[in-house]
Design a protein around this ligand. Structure first.
Ligand code: NAD
Length: 364
């Protein structure tokens, strides 16, 4: 079974397709649509380890000529030096304006490969093949690409839409437990800002066994989240308005990611903690909400950082460098109520410190 959602963008419409074992079918479609001789596959190291034969079989049997480059796993790969290496590699290997680049991996590979695709020869065709839950429901959709800078997360990048997003559920068979909760955070974010039904749908994560065992519900949830993200980015491709709501929890999360070691805190874990802080701040700004819809999932997270490693001044300083700071005030996506996000400047640093204390206490 194969299901898809279309996303309209200024550079054309692309589809996000989900389902089991869909890679070959989609590759055949793409081959008919595009004209090229060679293509490049940028593949996450762990995806290559687990799915090497599946990937090569899919590209071989559908008649592709390709070159593979393995991307070291982990957030540290989202760097300017990796981007430079990949650009050198593409240019030295005969890339042309029509040479497609396939990004097979999670958000790290997608953001990095996407940025390389957007800048090489001013843009080559990009196809996302997300292999983590987070990438399927979030990062592969909407065209944000980029790398980290020593001053903060995602500070160098571009808006560059893919030609296709192929979310083949087969890749999730090997997803480690921690990566399921990592993706769950972005799913809960959609529940908070857009659709309360998501909280109920996400209960499959609380059931016994791995989420992949609930295949039909999981696939439906992935598609529902992809549709929410698609709707929001269609409304506001370049983040002048509603798209900012997708950053719910992220001002806190990016600061946490900057302050904590990337290996000890994943993006999704930071987003989960960031949402708890954003809810606390919303309450301090008089919203009457309780955090039980999100807190119900707390037991699924086992954080590897502790509260006493977080220094309040460092956290506040890290937030100042976030892209969302447009003036000297701290800006946040807060909730006026569930599913009623609002972008607000907060001048009361005491409130922000209280919100951070929620996170620090959670980790103590
Ligand atoms: N562009 C966007 O709109 C957007 C949105 C949200 C997040 N992001 C970015 O996405 C990144 C996080 O993405 P992520 O959580 O996918 O992290 P990731 O890409 O680091 O993947 C997580 C881990 O899972 C491994 N992995 C990937 N697929 C696997 C599979 N099928 N089986 C086994 N292991 C597998 C990877 O090797 C890695 O160790 C962050 O850098 C974040 O900033 C971008």
């Amino acid at each position: 079974m194969m299901d898809s959602v279309d996303v309209k963008s200024s550079s054309g419409t692309y589809s996000i397709t989900t389902g089991r074992s869909i890679l070959e079918k989609k590759l055949i479609e793409i081959k008919k649509r595009l004209s090229f001789e060679l293509c490049f596959l940028f593949v996450d190291e762990n995806v290559w380890k687990h799915h090497k034969s599946r990937i090569t079989h899919a590209f071989d049997t559908t008649g592709y000529t390709y070159q593979i480059r393995i991307i070291p796993a982990g957030e540290k790969s989202k760097s300017l030096s990796q981007w430079e290496e990949l650009t050198d590699y593409l240019l030295a290997s005969g890339v042309r304006r029509n040479t497609p680049l396939f990004a097979l991996g999670g958000g790290v590979t997608g953001d990095l490969a996407g940025f390389a695709a957007s800048t090489t020869l001013r843009g080559i065709p990009l196809i996302h093949i997300p292999t983590t839950l987070l990438a399927m429901v979030d990062s592969s959709i909407g065209g944000k690409t980029g790398v980290n800078h020593f001053t903060g997360k995602n500070l160098v990048g571009s808006f560059y839409q893919p030609l296709e997003v192929i979310a083949d559920i087969d890749f999730l068979d090997t997803l480690p437990d921690r990566e399921w909760t990592n993706g769950l955070s972005e799913i809960l974010k959609y529940g908070a800002i857009r659709d309360e039904q998501i909280f109920e749908d996400a209960e499959l994560f609380l059931k016994r066994g791995k989420p992949i065992e609930y295949l039909a519900e999981l696939t439906e949830l992935i598609l529902k989240c992809a549709k929410i993200k698609a709707d929001i980015v269609e409304e506001d491709e370049f983040e002048a308005g509603a798209r900012a709501y997708l950053n719910f929890g992220h001002t806190f999360a990016h600061a946490l990611e900057k302050v904590a070691d990337f290996d000890l805190l994943s993006h999704g874990e930071a987003v989960y903690l960031g949402m708890l802080a954003a809810i606390k701040l919303s309450k301090l700004k008089d919203a009457e909400i309780d955090d039980s819809s999100i807190r119900r999932f707390r037991k699924l997270y086992s954080f590897q950082i502790t509260g006493n490693t977080l220094n309040m001044e460092n956290l506040l300083q890290a937030m100042k460098l976030d892209k969302k700071v447009v003036d000297k005030n701290y800006r946040f996506v807060l909730l006026q109520d569930w599913q009623q996000p609002v972008v607000t400047s907060v001048t009361n640093v005491g409130f922000i410190k209280k919100a951070w204390l929620t996170v620090i206490n959670e980790l103590s």
